[in-house]
Design a binder for this molecule. Structure first.
Ligand SMILES: [Zn+2]
Length: 406
C-alpha cells in the first residue's frame, strides 16, 4: 500500500474520531465556554496508541478555564533528519453555536449524512485536526521515516486571540527558523489556493467633538454628528483615491477602507449631539503604510474641523503591520504545492487574504508559514459541516508533506 492508499484505508476511523471529538465542547472562556481541556484529554487518549515517538502537552495557565489551563498537544514522529520539523498546526477550540434555531441538527450531536459530517467545529478546525492526525498515523503505519521530524500540533485559543495557543508555543521556542509550518485554517472549496500573505489589519477610531445644545436652537451648538458624517464621506473618498495601488496576489487586490461601527452618541433625539464616534476597519496591502494613511486622515480632519468648527480626531484603535509574505520558493510552499498537485492533479495558486490567521504570528517570528485546506467555508455558521472527501484528501496532502518528491 502506498501512503495515499494507507490514508484511504483509515477513512472510517477518521469519521469516527471526528464524530466523537465534536461531542466534546471546546469553547473559550471569552466566548462563555469552559475551554479545551476535555477535548484535549480525549485527543491525547485517542492518539496514544498510534505509535508517535513523542506526545507532549504544552499547556498555558488560564484560571478562567476548566482545569486552570488551555491545553496544547504536540505529537511527533522522528524524521531521517531531526534538525528540522514539518508542522501541521490546527486548533481545538470552536466558536459558540450562535442562533440554535438555525441549526437543523444538534451542533454537539454530530450527524453523518450525504458524505458530510455536521456539527460545530466540523470544518473549523476539526477537519484539519483529524486529517493531520491520521496523516501522521498513515506515515507511522507505512514504516518509512519522513525527511524531517513530523509534528502535529493541536492548539487552544485560536478563535479569541491565540495568546494561550500559538503565541504560547512561540514563546516556548518550539519553532525553529528552518522549520516547515502549515496552518490549515483557511481555504476554498476546490482546495486550489495556498495562502502565503495577509493584509495588515488596522482599526481606526474617529472621534468628533462638537458642542451640545437643544435641537430647536442648533446655531448655539456644533453638531458633532453632521461634522463627523461629513468627515466620513470626505476621508472615505480621499483614502480610496490616494491609496489605489493594486497587488494581484491579494483578493480583493486593493487596500480596503470600510467605515463599520458607529457608537451611540446620545439616548435622546431632541439635542444636537456634542460628541460622535465611528470606526474604520482597514485591510492594507504591503504597498501602503499606516503612517501615510494616518497623515491623510489627519490632513482631512484638520480641513473639515476648520470648516465645521468641530474637532475631529482620528487615531489607531488597534492593529499592526503584517509580516512579509512567505516566499513562493520557500520549502513549505514547494512541499505543499507538490503534495496538492499529486493528490488533486492541479497546480494550486498562491494568494494573499484580507483576513487574519495565526500563521501571521509564525511569520512574524521569521518562520515561513503557509495556510491551506479544502473547505466549503461553512465555519462560524449554523449547520457547519465538513465533507468526508475533503477530510481524506487533505490528510493525503499532509502525509505527503513529509516526503520531498524529486
Ligand atoms: Zn479556525
Amino acid at each position: 500500500m502506498n501512503l495515499s492508499e494507507t490514508v484511504e484505508s483509515l477513512k472510517d476511523d477518521m469519521v469516527k474520531a471526528m464524530v466523537e471529538m465534536l461531542r466534546i465542547e471546546a469553547i473559550s472562556p471569552e466566548s462563555g465556554g469552559k475551554g479545551e481541556l476535555k477535548r484535549a484529554e480525549f485527543l491525547e487518549k485517542w492518539i496514544s496508541g498510534f505509535g508517535f515517538d513523542g506526545i507532549k502537552r504544552c499547556d498555558a495557565e488560564d484560571s478562567r478555564a476548566e482545569g486552570g489551563v488551555r491545553p496544547n498537544i504536540i505529537a511527533t514522529i522522528y524524521g531521517k533528519n531531526r534538525e528540522h520539523t514539518i508542522w501541521v498546526i490546527s486548533h481545538m477550540d470552536t466558536v459558540p453555536v450562535g442562533d440554535l434555531s438555525k441549526w437543523e441538527t444538534d451542533p454537539f450531536d454530530p450527524v453523518v449524512r450525504d458524505g458530510k459530517i455536521y456539527g460545530r467545529g466540523a470544518e473549523d478546525n476539526g477537519q484539519s485536526l483529524i486529517a493531520s492526525m491520521y496523516a501522521a498515523k498513515a506515515i507511522i503505519d507505512s514504516g518509512i521515516k519522513p525527511d524531517y521530524n513530523f509534528s502535529v500540533a493541536f492548539v487552544s485559543d485560536e478563535e479569541t486571540g491565540s495568546k494561550y495557543g500559538i503565541q504560547h508555543l512561540l514563546k516556548l521556542g518550539l519553532f525553529k527558523k528552518d522549520d516547515i509550518v502549515v496552518v490549515p485554517d483557511h481555504g476554498v472549496p476546490d482546495g486550489n489556493e495556498i495562502e502565503i500573505a495577509e493584509k495588515s489589519i488596522y482599526w481606526v477610531k474617529v472621534t468628533t467633538y462638537g458642542k451640545q445644545t437643544h435641537s430647536s436652537i442648533p446655531h448655539t451648538g456644533i453638531n458633532a454628528l453632521r461634522a463627523g458624517s461629513r468627515y466620513l464621506v470626505e476621508v472615505d473618498r480621499a483614502l480610496h483615491e490616494r491609496f489605489s495601488e493594486r497587488n494581484e496576489l491579494f483578493s480583493p487586490p486593493v487596500s480596503t477602507f470600510e467605515p463599520t461601527k458607529k457608537e451611540e452618541n446620545q439616548p435622546n433625539i431632541n439635542a444636537v449631539p456634542g460628541e460622535d464616534v465611528f470606526y474604520f476597519d482597514m485591510r492594507i496591502i504591503p504597498e501602503h503604510g499606516i503612517t501615510d494613511i494616518m497623515a491623510l486622515m489627519n490632513e482631512v480632519a484638520e480641513r473639515v474641523s476648520k470648516e465645521t468648527g468641530a474637532r475631529i480626531v482620528p487615531e489607531v484603535y488597534r492593529g499592526e503591520q503584517s509580516p512579509p509574505p512567505t516566499p513562493a520558493d520557500s520549502e513549505v510552499v514547494v512541499r505543499l504545492k507538490t503534495a496538492i498537485e499529486r493528490v488533486k492533479g492541479k497546480e494550486p495558486r498562491l494568494v494573499g487574504i484580507g483576513g487574519g490567521t495565526c500563521a501571521a504570528y509564525i511569520r512574524l517570528a521569521g518562520i515561513p508559514a503557509a495556510v491551506w485546506s479544502t473547505i466549503d467555508e461553512t465555519m462560524h455558521q449554523a449547520n457547519e459541516y465538513c465533507k468526508i472527501e475533503n477530510l481524506v484528501k487533505d490528510a493525503k496532502v499532509f502525509a505527503l508533506l513529509g516526503f520531498r518528491q524529486s
